[in-house]
Design a protein around this ligand. Sequence first.
Ligand code: SAH
Length: 341
Amino acid sequence: MTDLKSMTPEELAAYFKELGQPAFRAKQVFSWLNQGVESFNGMTNLPKDLRERLAKECRLFAPQIERKQVSRLDGTVKYLWRLWDGNCVETVLMRYHHGNTVCVSCQAGCNMGCVFCASTLGGKVRDLTAGEILDQIVFAQKDSGEKVSNIVMMGIGEPLDNFDNVLRFLELVNRPDGLNIGMRHISLSTCGLVDRIDKLASLGLQLTLSVSLHAPDDETRSRLMPVNRAVGVERLMETCRRYFETTGRRVSYEYAMIDGVNDSDGQADRLAALLRGQPAHVNLIPLNDVEESPLKPSRRVRQFQQRLESHGVTATVRRKLGSDIDASCGQLRRRQMRTGG
Ligand code: SAH
């Protein structure tokens, strides 16, 4: 079955040419897909026989809303979508002054094994296609009736572990005839797969790279993030410096604050030393409590931030949105899996 949703307008053009159709059919279909059309019959400007042919040859599945939660505190919406094969993934729509941001998932589950993260508990089931990543934005827009202007790839999964599909997604979402979201409005978060970071850098995209650092030393980081055992903090930082030199884009670092694990003044000092010599931004994230995990949120977030700033490091504390609705990604899917839905 042909996956039209993951095809670029050029690929669609080639496909319709093969079907003996005029070139504008590709444009019509691309436009329908970006509006969240649910069936070929809904593509009302296509001739009926073409619609029937497409229905035979192509897969067109709209993600179904399995659960939807709306925060009463700040209007954050969290979707749990059911995909064509029964897998579920989460998407969060956040409303900021500067526009609506959507946090998308790129895999069903995750293999990276970070000990504080709910997404990794059952391992990775499969990669999402480019179309399935795009659909999360298309259908969040359709359901909410609101335009999305920013994307963060911080949902379930490791984007650089699904490299080709993620890049294809970035191309699709960036298209002026599609959702037209500029690279500077997109953040991609990674646990730090260094070879892939280099590969991404070589493409020179203007997106923001966010690196989940979470600890300044190998002992702590390897304990929290198994991925660190193979590479280590030093090589990761060299790679990030190279990323900045190649792309000219400042790297952003995520740091989930965990009680008694990575929140001491000494660790703030080490973190500042680690980041010396590169323009960096540290995003301190209050840890989201994951039921299965013994790790607890730090009570020293402000002190840690001030300590970093005293060393001249820019650090912000991430505002917690949707804290009444399990809004950190992976938790809703996890609950669904536990209850055997
Ligand atoms: N795999 C990518 C992106 C997904 S997670 C990555 O590792 O960056 C997005 C961010 O949320 C990462 O920084 C991740 O470490 C963080 N995160 C995961 N679980 C968390 C939790 N319980 N509390 C706070 N942050 C968490």
